[in-house]
Write a protein that binds this ligand. Structure first.
Ligand code: CXF
Ligand code: ZN
Length: 361
């Protein structure tokens, strides 16, 4: 099969690889669609350090082709969205109702039993997040699969596996955006646009989108932003204050992963407001919050990982909203690519041309 393989830092190409059959607790998926996410790039450039070579891809949907021993509840022919975190339902975090932090395995490129299914010339290849789904097929843990209705288009469903869940979940699950509230979103890529949609679904009155690129701000408007600010021309926190009678917003989100933007996000929230950091920065970066103001301003500063999702509940819920026309996934897919064109899809993402680029098989 063809897969997008990262051979070494900043070096990636479409390769012919082989895939072993699913072992106990695993299933083989015939991929239908894979969204291209900045975290794939983070693996390529080493921001997310993983042993290489490795197959990227962690935002996908497809059809179950083969079921390994001991798998119950998933059958050949089922349609599934892949969760980039396998959920065991039994560990400390699963029991805390925090399945996004499930401890069943640390993503190190291998399967949950520590071995590999993808091979090239007899050598093991790693996979991203137990998935490696930027490939024609993927063998994945059954506990990474969320079954969905067969009438949902799989190219739209794929997006729920990462970007859409991360963004909508940050607004609804992490922040708990309330009706009538004011919201600012720094960064209008796939995740930022999904935060905007989440805030709109939650009934926010004012949604301010901030980005450097006019094409992203145009998209933001179409997904529900009421105001847009191009931060290459205007000061973000000042604009947020002007639009909220001088107070600052109730909920300010950062969806890029840059320390300076995290500080601007904090500065855009009102006293007593909420600051939600969604963007994943570099391990070596620090954010210097002012030691006096952190207490005095009484803001709730929080991180949001995977939209605080419970995949088995939230994926079907978001897809139901899609089917009823309340969540716009159609316009999120701004370009599609074949697996052979995956390097082009990565380059387009770097250029910022897409809301989401999607590989179709
Ligand atoms: C990431 C978070 C870090 C692990 C890989 C996935 N989230 C979204 O892309
Ligand atoms: Zn992602």
């Amino acid at each position: 099969m063809k897969a997008l393989v990262v051979q070494s830092l900043d070096k990636y190409s479409v390769e012919e690889v082989t895939l072993d059959p699913p072992q106990a607790g695993e299933v083989k998926i015939k991929m239908a669609a894979t969204g291209v996410c900045h975290s794939d790039l983070s693996v390529i450039n080493g921001t997310l350090p993983l042993p290489l070579p490795l197959v990227v891809g962690h935002e996908g949907a497809g059809v179950v082709e083969e079921v390994g021993p001991g798998v119950i509840g998933i059958e050949k022919g089922d349609h599934v969205v892949l969760s980039f975190v396998p959920v065991c339902g039994e560990c400390f975090h699963c029991n805390q109702k925090e399945p996004q932090f499930c401890r069943v395995g640390a993503p190190n490129g291998r399967m949950l039993d520590g071995t590999a299914r993808v091979k090239q010339d007899g050598n093991d290849l790693g996979v991203m997040q137990f998935l490696g789904c930027m490939a024609e097929y993927a063998v994945v843990p059954a506990i990474s699969c969320v079954k969905i209705a067969k009438d949902i288009p799989l190219d739209k469903a794929a997006l729920v596996g990462c970007g859409v869940m991360t963004g909508v979940g940050a607004a609804i699950n992490t922040a708990g955006v309330t009706p009538g509230s004011t919201v600012a979103v720094y960064g209008c890529g796939g995740v930022g646009l999904s935060i905007i949609q989440g805030a709109r679904l939650a009934g926010a009155d004012r949604i301010i989108a901030l980005d450097l690129a006019d094409n992203k701000l145009e998209m933001a408007r179409s997904f529900g932003a009421t105001d847009v600010v191009n931060t290459s021309k205007d000061n973000g926190p000042m604009a947020c204050k002007e639009l909220t009678d001088g107070h600052g917003v109730d909920y300010a989100f950062e969806a890029v992963g840059i320390p300076q933007l995290m500080l601007e996000t904090n500065a855009s929230a009102r006293r007593g407001g909420n600051v939600i950091i969604v963007g994943v920065g570099k391990l070596t970066d620090q954010v210097p919050f002012n030691a006096l103001m952190l207490s005095m301003e009484g803001k709730r500063v929080m991180g949001s990982f995977y939209g605080d999702t419970n995949p088995q509940h939230d994926f079907p819920m978001l897809l139901s909203l899609y089917q009823r026309g309340k969540l716009n996934l159609d316009d999120m897919v701004t370009n599609t690519y074949s697996i052979s064109e995956a390097p082009q899809a990565i380059e387009d993402m770097i250029k910022g041309v897409n809301a989401r680029g999607v590989i179709l098989y």
